[in-house]
Design a protein around this ligand. Structure first.
Ligand SMILES: [Zn+2]
Length: 300
């Protein structure tokens, strides 16, 4: 927090450039050229000119930061806060910390989650000798009445966790063979050992993996949340549920996948320092875009 990159715009710019171009050589996001001229003058700080395509760019170009008016040091502070907070940061907390409007903070947080999603995309889970746990849970949906008088429905979530490795979660419409199988086969090496509960739909899916083990959950819902589980996927869910209860009270279906990405990335990188995790998120900013118009419409 006391690091000058969180307060000083020039230091923040240098830090983000160093993360994006670790060789110290900017790459043109338009054409991939490395024949770049750094432009001078105060008004053109951070501006580069590509000598091949003659287009200009900054470190924000082609990232979730493009077209954002939020200073880079605030982007860095927000990214660090999202990386470091176990239960997440609400838009209200973020707006107070950064001194920006709620609306700006809300959009900023979602763009950081988008980068967390990219950072968590590290290829298929598992492999020979590795164990993948698949588990489902119902998250959110409190009995606190909204203005409409409706109770938000609980979200069905399936999470896949490689033991000792990353996690990946999905918001699904139905907990059944078709959806769970789709999540598993598109995200996991089938040379892995699959560990699930004793739900019947796992029987056929399990045969597609190197081996399939089941744990009994005779009293599933009741056993949840008492904190006495060594089970990896259940551990993930207990963190997620605490985040949803403590931080994200309203969780619209349109944004659920991005909240899940946030919890997935923190879980996947739990052995890293907050600083290393924040730098992973910065790298994930490249190649992702999220426009307010797009997600604003989804939220409506
Ligand atoms: Zn170029």
């Amino acid at each position: 927090m006391t690091d000058p990159i969180f307060h000083n715009e020039a230091k923040a710019l240098a830090h983000i450039e160093a993360q994006r171009w670790p060789d110290g050589e900017p790459i043109c996001p338009h054409c991939g050229s490395t024949h770049i001229t750094k432009m001078g003058g105060k008004t053109q700080a951070g501006m580069f000119l590509c000598n091949d395509c003659r287009d200009k760019f900054t470190v924000r170009t082609g990232t979730v930061m493009e077209r954002s008016h939020i200073p880079l040091h605030k982007w860095l502070l927000a990214t660090h806060l999202m990386a470091a907070s176990k239960k997440g940061m609400s838009a209200l907390q973020m707006s107070r910390m950064l001194g920006i409007t709620y609306k700006s903070a809300w959009f900023l947080c979602h763009r950081i989650r988008e980068a967390m999603d990219k950072a968590n995309d590290t290829g298929p889970l598992g492999g020979p000798g590795k164990v993948i746990e698949s588990d489902e849970a119902f998250v959110g949906g409190f009995k606190k009445k909204r203005l409409s008088g409706n109770v938000a429905p609980k979200k069905k979530i399936v999470t896949l966790v490689e033991r000792g490795g990353p996690a990946r979660s999905f918001h699904i419409t139905n907990i059944d063979h078709t959806t769970i199988r789709a999540a598993l086969v598109t995200n996991c090496h089938r040379s892995s050992v699959l560990m699930t509960d004793d739900a019947r739909f796992y029987n056929n899916i399990g045969r597609e993996f190197a081996a399939h083990g089941t744990t009994l959950h005779s009293n599933r819902e009741f056993s949840r949340g008492d904190g006495h589980h060594s089970n990896t996927a259940e551990n993930f869910f207990s963190i997620l549920k605490r985040g949803v209860i403590g931080t994200y009270h309203h969780w619209s279906a349109a944004h659920t996948h991005r909240y899940l990405a946030e919890f997935d990335l923190r879980y996947s990188t739990k052995d890293k320092s907050d600083t290393d995790r924040a730098n992973d998120i910065l790298k994930g900013m490249e190649g992702r875009r999220l426009t307010y118009r797009r997600i604003g419409l989804l939220a409506a």
